[in-house]
Design a protein around this ligand. Structure first.
Ligand SMILES: NC(=O)c1ccc[n+]([C@@H]2O[C@H](COP(=O)([O-])OP(=O)(O)OC[C@H]3O[C@@H](n4cnc5c(N)ncnc54)[C@H](OP(=O)(O)O)[C@@H]3O)[C@@H](O)[C@H]2O)c1
Length: 161
């Protein structure tokens, strides 16, 4: 299964502010960890730069055209085609985990069949946004309400129809 996973403000669709997440929601991060455990996390280079050095239970694969030294913590791919070839061969759950440019690219991939979006009810400044997607193509099949740190969020699962 290939999926996109994101935390997105409602209704502005903000995902980032000054290179970081605009909020700190440990419960939402725990849901992310549970969901992605055992899978491959695919991220763009800017998101990778914000991650902790190691993410237990997951492999991190990074799309980047910048030259990178070999790393034990992440695997780098300089082109979408080389990344896709390796993902096909890996035969493991794949989670496209941001940021905006990575999401825009992943939404176009026919093999991406599910979106896990946490809609965060927060008024927050933002400079990076989740790309628009068609609700004629993506339909909500499950949702659950959460509350944390006076913020409410809905974890919605969308399937491609
Ligand atoms: N709310 C959430 O769930 C969430 C999740 C993740 C990230 N974020 C936020 O999103 C923001 C970062 O997003 P962003 O869009 O600025 O950056 P990004 O997507 O994380 O990284 C962009 C970089 O990734 C590489 N890349 C992406 N798509 C590519 C493609 N199709 N082909 C080749 N290379 C590609 C390029 O690296 P090179 O320049 O090295 O070539 C590009 O400069 C941050 O604020 C972060 O905190 C939010």
């Amino acid at each position: 299964m290939w999926a996109i996973v994101a935390a997105v403000s409602y209704p502005q669709r903000i995902i980032g502010w000054r290179g970081r997440l605009p909020w700190h929601l440990p419960l939402e991060l725990r849901l992310f960890r549970q969901l992605t455990w055992g899978g491959i996390l695919v991220v763009g280079r800017k998101t990778w730069e914000t991650l902790p050095p190691t993410l237990p239970g997951r492999e991190v694969w990074v799309l980047s055209q910048s030259p990178k030294p070999p790393s034990a913590q992440a695997r780098f791919f300089s082109s979408p085609s080389s990344l896709l070839e390796a993902l096909e061969a890996a035969n493991r759950p794949v989670f496209f985990a941001g940021g905006a440019s990575l999401y825009a690219w992943a939404l176009q991939l026919p093999k991406v069949s599910r979106l896990y979006l946490s809609w965060i009810y927060a008024q927050t400044p933002g400079d990076t946004f989740f790309p628009p997607f068609s609700e004629k193509v993506w339909v909500v099949t499950q949702w659950e309400f959460f509350e944390e740190k006076c913020l409410q969020f809905i974890r919605a699962v969308y399937e491609r129809i």
